[in-house]
Write a protein that binds this ligand. Structure first.
Ligand code: SF4
Ligand code: SF4
Length: 182
């Protein structure tokens, strides 16, 4: 009799555990499903008013870059540090000066992996990771952002980069500012 109980007890324990875990899994599924019908449940856009207002991100969020063309000295340190070679800097030597005129500062976001390795070596702190997390476009060309064609307040703002400004920058042929060496 005692031997029989000793064998049945673990078996009962296993049955209980199996029934409990299945019931618990079902309860989680049901509870999540019923949340859909809660009267105070809001849609995503009611919480964040997206895309009119940007979704809040953490202070150290690594989103699309912010770049200050007015202080960049076109030293190429950021482009050399980029592991996927997606920073393209155009520059022209200025006659009678040691410096360069920046003719383009483009980042190809089809390749960028937001590692921030370009930020560290910049000697004048003119490139940072920004707070913009989306930049939708209809073509691959729309993913190539030339910061030298953007207004400074858009290019340098923490979360001001937007598809409209990028689209407008595509028809601008000259940099909005030639940099400190111009
Ligand atoms: S974040 Fe990384 S991948 Fe993107 S441009 Fe900078 S170094 Fe290159
Ligand atoms: S962003 Fe900084 S590191 Fe890159 S070229 Fe300009 S000054 Fe040099």
């Amino acid at each position: 009799m005692i031997q029989g109980l000793k064998r049945v007890w673990p078996w009962l324990g296993n049955v209980f555990e199996a029934v409990f875990t299945v019931a618990h899994g079902l309860w989680v599924t049901l509870r999540t499903g019923f949340k859909t019908y809660r009267p105070d449940r809001k849609t995503f856009t009611e919480h964040f008013e997206y895309p009119e207002l940007p979704v809040p991100v953490a202070a150290r969020y690594r989103g699309f870059h912010r770049f200050d063309l007015t202080t960049c000295i076109s030293c190429d340190q950021c482009a050399k540090a980029c592991p996927v070679d997606c920073i393209y800097i155009g520059k022209e030597r200025v006659e009678g000066s040691k410096g360069f005129k920046i003719t383009g500062y483009a980042i190809d976001y089809t390749k960028c992996m937001f590692c921030a390795l370009c930020v560290e070596p910049c000697p004048v702190d003119c490139i940072f990771m920004g707070g913009t997390h989306d930049l939708s476009c209809y073509s691959r060309d729309g993913c190539v952002v030339d910061f030298s064609r953007l207004p400074l307040d858009v290019a340098w703002g923490r979360a001001t980069l937007n598809p409209t400004a990028v689209a407008q920058s595509k028809v601008i042929t000259e940099p909005v500012h030639g940099g400190p060496n111009q």
